[in-house]
Design a protein around this ligand. Structure first.
Ligand SMILES: C[S@@+](CC[C@H](N)C(=O)[O-])C[C@H]1O[C@@H](n2cnc3c(N)ncnc32)[C@H](O)[C@@H]1O
Length: 247
């Protein structure tokens, strides 16, 4: 699983503004489903240091700092960060694939390491996750959230007129126009759930909790088009990961 699209960095530099505008909409799934579920899995962050790999414009990390997190670092390839960040937050333009080589990260330990919808861009997923594990404090954990692999398989069945199993197991990369800016394509390596679980195991981590977040009943009533989308494409899956002792 080392077939990252090397155009992703360039694509994300162009996409960043449109992505953040879409995320800020009142009916965005990030706002309605993903961030609330991610925030709940993080729990109390008071006095905790957080490393956010693929942090976007840094606003989720800024919100954690406002909730009491300290000495936080965000890394994103786009380098398009929101202005007026709180103190105690360092944002760096860089590649999440090799976090231990980033000067502001090297030699440090963090209580929480986040990959929020960014892990798919790691060049070598096992190596990146191992590095993230080695950056944790003793009782630290990684929060890793990813698009459900079945979502991309369903989209490809719609494009190609194929069957779900054919696409889910196909293994070929998936290139698609993003919903945030239809001039820009992203290429994702496809993966199955067992691929992802095997990456986690190979990196010496165990799954403390897995969550597949859904719309609340109230949000589904207010935004039925989003419930319709979730009914077809499922959304994301989230893991709280801890080091297997001695590995
Ligand atoms: C779907 S967005 C998620 C952003 C943010 N974590 C969130 O939850 O809103 C993916 C992010 O990964 C970043 N990204 C893509 N490839 C990267 C890389 N190789 N290194 C660091 N960041 C990367 C993009 O610039 C983008 O901000």
């Amino acid at each position: 699983m080392s077939d990252r699209d090397d155009g992703a960095g360039e694509a994300w530099r162009k996409l960043a503004g449109a992505y953040e505008r879409a995320r800020a909409r009142e009916d965005s799934l990030d706002r309605l489903v993903e961030w609330p579920a991610q925030r709940e899995l993080l729990g109390d962050v008071t006095g905790r240091s957080v490393l956010d790999l693929g942090c976007g414009d840094g606003s989720k990390l800024a919100s954690l700092v406002r909730d009491g997190a300290v000495n936080c670092v965000g890394v994103d390839i786009s380098g398009k960060f929101a202005p007026d960040q709180p103190a105690d937050l360092t944002l760096i333009q860089g590649d999440l694939s090799d976090p231990a080589s980033i000067p502001e990260v090297a030699g440090r330990r963090f209580d929480r390491v986040l990959f929020l919808q960014s892990f798919g861009y790691a060049r070598d997923p096992v190596a990146t996750l191992r590095q993230a594990r080695d950056l944790l404090t003793e009782d630290g954990f990684i929060l890793l959230t990813r698009t459900q692999p079945i979502r991309y398989a369903i989209e490809r069945t719609e494009q190609n007129g194929t069957r779900l199993g054919e696409e889910y197991f196909s293994g070929s990369p998936y290139t698609y126009r993003t919903g945030w800016n239809d001039q820009i394509t992203l290429t994702k390596r496809t993966f199955t759930m067992s691929d992802l679980l095997n990456v986690i195991a190979a990196a010496g981590l165990w799954i403390e909790t897995a969550v597949e977040p859904r719309l609340s009943e109230e949000a589904a009533r207010r935004f039925p088009h989003k419930q319709a989308w979730m009914n077809t494409y499922l959304g994301i899956i989230m893991f709280r990961l801890r080091p297997v002792p001695g590995r």
